[in-house]
Design a protein around this ligand. Structure first.
Ligand SMILES: Nc1ncnc2c1ncn2[C@@H]1O[C@H](COP(=O)(O)OP(=O)(O)O)[C@@H](O)[C@H]1O
Ligand SMILES: [Mg+2]
Length: 399
């Protein structure tokens, strides 16, 4: 049955209600109790006010008619593919499933802390002891290449709510929650080990990441796993991606690291540690060919002290974009980025020139560990990145 209203919950507290409008956009209103003691779940788009919020026209193309913060709860291509196939297997056509239905299928299992009721699926987690990862990788490949898989139900339950493009599963092990990533069809067999090596190197550069690991395989160099920062021992942490917060389409170049810095300064009340983190991540991404630095690859966490903080870094690995430039520009440039460009973003964000140079030198020294991956760096093509409306709005707010 198609839902046209859905309630949003956080730690069993009613946050508000979503309602589908005739034009398929999904309006939102906070619950009175949340207005009294909650926090704005998307500070720029949904301030704590007693009104009916309606997403912009463009939300239909970008976010299936939702505000970005709710679109964050929906899976990206891999999870959506699993949901579509699962629905097909129980005789439901994907065309007949509305955006609110999709959220209802996510129910309590979404990334972050928001839950949707009435839900069509309950939270599902299994102990991974004894799981055959090579078997999972092979079943994922079957799904990606449209071959029949008899493990569809298991994969859907393990990853139907996951974000990102690559196949992955969400699991708990030894009291911790993990994301395990598998290769996409065009990934080399080294990709799991490479992402693991990148994570070790990023940590050495002082970049904050959760625990990471490499799972052994008999068919490739291993599978990358990372501890979830939105789950701490059965406790759900509220997270929002930069895409959700800034209402930007993560698939297209839409932001500059300067915008990211502004968002951090506004949201974290100029937390110097977070500004430095972003500076280090930006330098690392530029120096290690992580071109796919789009707005869903960065998040904020709302912590227990009721403060916004930059989330630990993730999806830090060698990556290309098909236009050959960084998805997020540096000082307006998507390619041919110089030290001066990097330092300009840092100084604009209030870091001293000396601090920026020191951090940059430290990263240059440490990334020598990744030389094996960087020696065959492909040539990049040209083009300028166009800022979005949201970016100018945010700049206007700050200035
Ligand atoms: N350690 C983590 N903790 C919590 N959420 C994460 C973590 N790593 C990734 N995510 C979330 O999962 C999504 C997909 O992960 P990502 O590593 O970006 O995969 P992909 O390579 O498929 O893009 C991210 O966009 C982010 O929202
Ligand atoms: Mg990603």
């Amino acid at each position: 049955m198609t839902e046209n209203k859905l309630d949003v919950y956080y730690h069993n507290r009613h946050v508000g209600t979503l309602a589908e409008m005739p034009d398929k956009r999904v309006a939102f209103q906070y619950a009175q109790s949340w207005l009294n003691e909650g926090f704005p779940i998307s500070p720029f788009s949904l301030p704590l006010k007693n009104e009916v919020f309606i997403p912009k026209e463009g939300s239909r193309d970008k976010f299936l008619g939702l505000f970005g913060v709710f679109a964050d709860s929906l899976p990206d291509s891999w999870g959506s593919l699993l949901l579509d196939k699962y629905l097909m297997s129980i005789g439901i056509k994907k065309e007949s499933v509305s955006t609110l239905d999709r959220l209802a299928y996510i129910g309590e299992s979404g990334m972050g802390a928001l839950e949707y009721r009435p839900c069509k699926k309950s939270d599902y987690s299994i102990d991974i002891s004894g799981i055959d990862y090579d078997m999972i990788a092979s079943e994922c490949e079957k799904i990606l290449t449209s071959k029949p898989s008899d493990q569809l139900d298991m994969l859907y339950n393990l990853a139907g709510s996951s974000g990102g493009t690559r196949p992955k599963v969400l699991l708990s092990e030894n009291g911790k929650e993990w994301i395990v990533k598998f290769p996409a069809s065009n990934d080399p067999s080294i990709c799991g080990k490479r992402e693991y090596d990148y994570s070790l190197c990023a940590k050495k550069c002082g970049i904050n990441m959760t625990e990471t690991g490499l799972i052994k395989s008999t068919v490739c160099e291993g599978y990358f796993k990372t501890e979830r920062f939105d789950r701490i021992v059965n406790h759900k942490k509220f997270v929002i991606t930069f895409s959700g917060l800034l209402e930007t389409d993560y698939r297209a170049p839409s932001c500059d690291y300067d915008t990211f810095m502004k968002a951090i300064r506004v949201l974290t009340r100029d937390n110097k540690e977070d500004v430095m983190q972003m500076f280090k991540i930006m330098c690392f991404n530029v120096l290690t060919h992580n071109l796919d630095d789009h707005t869903k690859n960065f998040s904020f966490v709302y912590d227990d002290e009721r403060q916004w903080r930059l989330a630990p870094a993730y999806d830090i690995t060698y990556s290309d974009t098909y236009w050959g430039e960084h998805t997020t520009s540096v000082n307006g440039k998507g390619k041919d980025i110089t030290d001066a460009d990097l330092i300009k973003v840092g100084t604009n964000a209030g870091l001293s020139q000396k601090k920026c140079s020191e951090l940059l030198d430290e990263i240059k020294e440490n990334i020598k560990d990744l030389d094996i991956y960087l020696n065959h760096k492909p040539k990049r093509k040209s083009g300028k990145v166009k800022p979005t409306d949201r970016m100018s709005e945010l700049s206007a707010k700050e200035e």
